[in-house]
Design a protein around this ligand. Structure first.
Ligand SMILES: Nc1ncnc2c1ncn2[C@@H]1O[C@H](COP(=O)(O)OP(=O)(O)OP(=O)(O)O)[C@@H](O)[C@H]1O
Length: 605
């Protein structure tokens, strides 16, 4: 078979990597894979047991086995997704213990599910990745992308959006190839792919496999892939097969050797079934070799020694990113902007919802201000409280989008594509104007319709507080989103904490009556500070002071300043509250950064 010509992009000398495991085991406690049952004894289940294997540069090593055999788990360990501290037995790279952080940057790992931005086109997806991962600016990125599009046979869909369940885009097979492309952009020396041919027709599957073979042969890349239904033409391209069955390695060697072993154990390979398919079916009957590392190792020994020294040098180098922080922020801001702008449900829903809510609430609370001098305070306070509920809870709509993006973010940052701080900054830059627009769409009609203080400063302050509120809420949701495992737990947690914030804000239970053990919630409440700010804006200052307030807790005809004093609110807090809100916004963003940092570098699985 003719292999496509693949040349290295950067022209630099590729470092060659040999990956080995020795008696590698990985176990999970029953509690991790079964639902916890009261009284049930907790035991451990081995997902992988004493696996010895080796993947060499210039070769395609296939991990084969039936469903559930442990292929993905082995790949995740080798890719540094499952960190070595959770594994028994060493994983070495060029005879050195696996340095996860470094190894993730020199390898590409394509997972079984294609996690891509649905609203970007194929070309945009590859271009943003290339701009983030390659040095040399847009021209280098564009050249790399057009080459990859050609090599992966994606030229004809370059301008088509990836798509998702609700928005039709490219086919499943094309998505698979885009996922492979995304992980090949930076020309990694080691490529690990979970089921590269799943979803592909036989021609496309062969095309992708030929490309991988060519990369191994011409560039000395180490290629490891998992497969469970290999075709005839594809298995010919494998240099080596690791056969797994129930987490045990039954074979690590060439296909030829595997065929000999099958025959020597009395198996007869049926006509029309290839040797690997058959071996997967009968893998349980193959005895485990003492050492499943194939002979011929000595041929590579010299290679290993020289590779080891090159690797050691590479390890010493400080981990560097392709772009400066500023450039990363620029690229990520652009990508994030397109994603938000094209997410019609989010963009349109947020803006229309804010405007409609502003107009409706404005008409509903129109009587909150009876006449020029008397405020129906119960009604006004109700309006402020409701406004805050609306503004704070409306940001949870972004939760599924955040969660989807988190997967991509962790994949990219854990493999050294860019800094997490750049992502947090880019996210903030896009949300600042977008949420300002949302806040203004709400406050402009509602402020004047309800008849709050009729002066421009009052309106501007009210809008500023509303903007801070949506920013706080956005940062809060982003932070929880970084933390929670899924949408349902995210929603429940956010709803629960928001409820507690509302309860202890001072609106339902005065601060003095709040139980001591809950007083911290009063100060942490996202409602408390904007709520007080709204009240100060309305009843404080020269204009508020002259205002009569009636109908609050049975007290009639208080002046604005007396009223605030009665509630224990200092007018001087007007700007301090804004500072506190700013601290909340920054605090949640820093917390979000730390959680994402932990997830990306310490525990990407
Ligand atoms: N985090 C986990 N929690 C529960 N079970 C797990 C976990 N990780 C792996 N397993 C179990 O370990 C076994 C091996 O899983 P793995 O995904 O590695 O198999 P696989 O060979 O890749 O299967 P497939 O070809 O179907 O993808 C399975 O029985 C799986 O249910």
């Amino acid at each position: 078979m003719d292999l496509p010509i693949v040349t290295p992009i950067s022209g630099h000398e590729q470092i060659l990597y040999t990956i080995k495991t020795k008696n590698l085991s990985y176990k999970l406690s029953t509690a991790s894979y079964h639902q916890r049952t009261w009284g049930a004894k907790q035991t451990a289940k081995y997902i992988l047991k004493n696996v010895n294997c080796e993947a060499k540069p210039g070769e395609i090593t296939a991990i084969a086995g039936s469903s559930g055999a442990g292929k993905t788990t082995l790949l995740e360990i080798l890719a540094g997704v499952i960190v070595p501290s959770r594994v028994i037995g060493p994983v070495t790279v060029n005879d050195h213990p696996l340095n996860v952080t470094h190894f993730r940057t020199v390898s590409g790992y394509v997972t079984q599910d294609d996690v891509l931005f649905p609203l970007l086109t194929v070309k945009e997806t590859l271009t943003y990745t290339a701009r983030l991962r390659l040095q040399g600016g847009n021209d280098v990125a564009a050249t790399r992308v057009s080459k990859l599009l050609k090599e992966l046979g994606l030229d004809h869909v370059a301008g088509v959006r990836i798509g998702c369940e609700s928005c039709r885009g490219i086919s499943g097979g094309e998505k698979r190839r885009v996922s492979i492309g995304v992980n090949l952009v930076h020309d990694p020396a080691v490529v690990l792919i979970d089921e590269p041919t799943s979803g592909l027709d036989s021609t496309s599957a062969l095309h992708v496999m030929l490309l991988l073979k060519s990369m191994a042969k011409n560039q000395g890349k180490t290629i490891l892939l998992s497969i469970h239904q290999p075709g005839y033409r594809i298995i010919d391209l494998f240099d080596k097969v690791i056969l797994l069955s129930n987490g045990i390695c039954r074979h690590d060697g060439s296909l030829h050797c595997l065929e000999d072993r099958l025959k020597s154990t009395g198996h007869c390979i049926p006509h029309g079934v290839n040797v690997l398919e058959f071996a997967i079916d009968v893998s349980d009957s193959l005895h485990v070799e003492e050492s499943n590392i194939e002979s011929g190792e000595s041929d590579h020994d010299a290679n290993h020694v020289s590779n080891s020294s090159v690797f050691a040098n590479a390890e010493e180098k400080y981990l560097s990113y392709a772009n400066s922080l500023f450039k990363e922020v620029l690229i990520l801001t652009q990508r994030f902007f397109y994603n938000i702008f094209r997410t019609k449900q989010l963009f349109a829903a947020r803006t229309v919802q804010a405007l409609v809510a502003g107009i409706l609430l404005g008409t509903i609370f129109k009587n909150a201000y009876n006449n020029s001098n008397r405020a129906n305070v119960q009604s006004q306070i109700g309006f402020f409280a409701f406004s805050l509920t609306f503004l704070l809870s409306s940001t949870t709509e972004a939760l599924p989008i955040f969660l989807q993006e988190r997967k991509i973010l962790i994949r990219e940052t854990s493999r050294g594509a860019y800094r997490i701080s750049s992502y947090v900054m880019a996210n903030t830059i896009v949300f600042l104007p977008f949420l300002l627009l949302v806040a203004l769409l709400y406050t402009t009609p509602v402020y004047w319709l309800v008849g709050l203080r009729r002066d421009i400063n009052g309106y501007l302050y009210f809008s500023l507080v509303a903007w801070m509120v949506v920013l706080m809420s956005n940062s809060f949701v982003g932070c929880f989103c970084a933390l929670v495992p899924n949408f349902i737990s995210g929603m429940s947690l956010i709803a629960g904490v928001m409820g507690a914030f509302f309860l202890f804000s001072g609106y339902f239970i005065p601060k003095e009556e709040t139980p001591k053990c809950w007083i911290f919630m009063h100060y942490l409440s996202l409602f408390k500070y904007p709520f007080e700010s709204f009240l100060i804006n309305e009843f404080g200052g020269e204009k508020g002071r002259g205002k009569c307030v009636e109908g609050f807790q049975g007290v009639c005809l208080l002046h604005g300043d007396e009223f605030l004093r009665k509630l224990g609110i200092e007018e001087s807090q007007k700007w301090n509250n804004l500072t506190i809100m700013l601290i909340f916004i920054l605090g949640y963003r820093v917390l979000c950064f730390l959680i994402l940092w932990y997830r990306s570098y310490r525990s990407p699985s």
